[in-house]
Design a protein around this ligand. Structure first.
Ligand SMILES: NC(=O)c1ccc[n+]([C@@H]2O[C@H](COP(=O)([O-])OP(=O)(O)OC[C@H]3O[C@@H](n4cnc5c(N)ncnc54)[C@H](OP(=O)(O)O)[C@@H]3O)[C@@H](O)[C@H]2O)c1
Length: 332
């Protein structure tokens, strides 16, 4: 009988973060799809910062933690290689939650078909979680208006780079915050951002003042960290803060303190957190919104591709060290 490889979560991250002893690589007998099911060969797996939360024991988050002993949760893209389902044919590609596994059997629930001809890297970098998140956050809550100023943190990452490019295409002034000079140069020289701040080496208050002379109307928060207070201080009246992610706190035992709330009243700010699982029902509309930007060549992306299922184990840490250049993907 043929077998395939999967990776189970067997312990929760401690003070050392995500280490190889949290996982067990297992060999499983190949499953057969039953009636109304199909077998998927996963070809590309997405690695996302949220996985840190999914591994932790937090039961109050928007999604339950991965149970100890279960296959590690992740989204991905795969090809149907056997089918007993009337609506899913052999050769079609699907994306959705698949987990750290080479093969899986599904009844189709929670999976979406992938348009033929689209490159896998583009699908996972733009039309999957990053693009959907960017679009939901920016247009669902951000109310971007031409002429206004947007600052996005984690700007060279998969979500941030799409937020900035869509806002730029809509006529906003866009400033990105990233963790090294190469990423900052990519934002301004390749993506057309109006400015970029290296939060590790620049004088943040001075650079922010220089790049946002009219204040800030919209802040798309992906990271937290020192930039948060500085942006908060420059928010204009009726500004919007979209809280998408706080990666700088994901590995900290104690979260950093947030800004004082008095300016929220004085400036009548709107601060909105969101999590994509609440919006999975809107995926068709979100894809419809982002598609014209892609078709008009207004969205560039870069994918950071690792090879082989087991590369996920150490590879996920690239997201927290900032060593990923673009959407982190594992090619199986
Ligand atoms: N709300 C939702 O539903 C939702 C959905 C998807 C993603 N997210 C969130 O969106 C954010 C971006 O996700 P992504 O998938 O696009 O990841 P990404 O930006 O492609 O990769 C993560 C990046 O975060 C930056 N980073 C790591 N540690 C940092 C720190 N201490 N301070 C500041 N920046 C740090 C690094 O870039 P630098 O080199 O620039 O530091 C790293 O490359 C994450 O917080 C994620 O959790 C939320």
């Amino acid at each position: 009988m043929s077998t395939y490889t999967a990776i189970n979560l067997i312990a929760r991250p401690g003070a050392n973060g995500i280490t190889s002893d949290l996982f067990e690589v297992v060999s499983k007998p190949m499953s057969q799809p039953g009636e109304g099911e199909f077998l998927i060969k996963q070809t590309h797996m997405s690695l996302d910062p949220a996985m840190m939360g999914w591994m932790s024991p937090d039961t109050e988050s928007y999604i339950p933690p991965v149970a100890i002993g279960d296959v590690m949760r992740s989204s991905g893209l795969g090809e149907i290689i056997e089918s007993n389902h009337p609506d899913f044919a052999v050769g079609e590609r699907v994306m959705g939650l698949m987990g750290w596994t080479e093969y899986l059997v599904s009844n189709g629930q929670g999976l979406n078909k992938v348009q033929p001809g689209l490159e896998a890297e583009m699908v996972l970098s733009v039309f999957a979680l990053p693009g959907l998140t960017a679009t939901q956050g920016l247009y669902g809550f951000g109310e971007p208006k031409a002429g206004q100023t947007l600052v996005v943190s984690g700007a060279a990452g998969s979500v941030g780079s799409i937020v900035g490019q869509m806002a730029k295409a809509d006529g906003l002034t866009v400033v990105g915050v990233a963790g090294n000079d190469e990423k900052c140069a990519w934002l301004t020289d390749e993506l057309g951002f109006d400015g970029a701040i290296n939060y590790k080496t620049d004088d943040i208050p001075n650079k922010l003042t220089e790049l946002t002379p009219n204040g800030i109307d919209l802040y798309f928060e992906n990271t937290g960290g020192p930039i948060q207070q500085q942006v908060f201080d420059r928010m204009n009246a009726h500004g919007r803060i979209i809280v998408c992610g706080m990666i700088s706190d994901y590995t900290r035992a104690v979260p950093s303190p947030g800004p004082n709330w008095i300016p929220i009243i004085k400036k009548r700010l709107n601060i909105q957190g969101f999590a994509m699982p609440d919006h999975f029902g809107q995926i068709p509309q979100l894809i419809e919104k982002i598609t014209p930007y892609v078709m008009e060549g207004k969205i560039k992306y870069r994918a950071h591709v690792l090879e082989g299922l087991e590369s996920a184990i150490s590879g996920i840490n690239l997201l927290f060290s900032g060593e990923n250049k673009g959407k982190l993907i594992v090619k199986l």
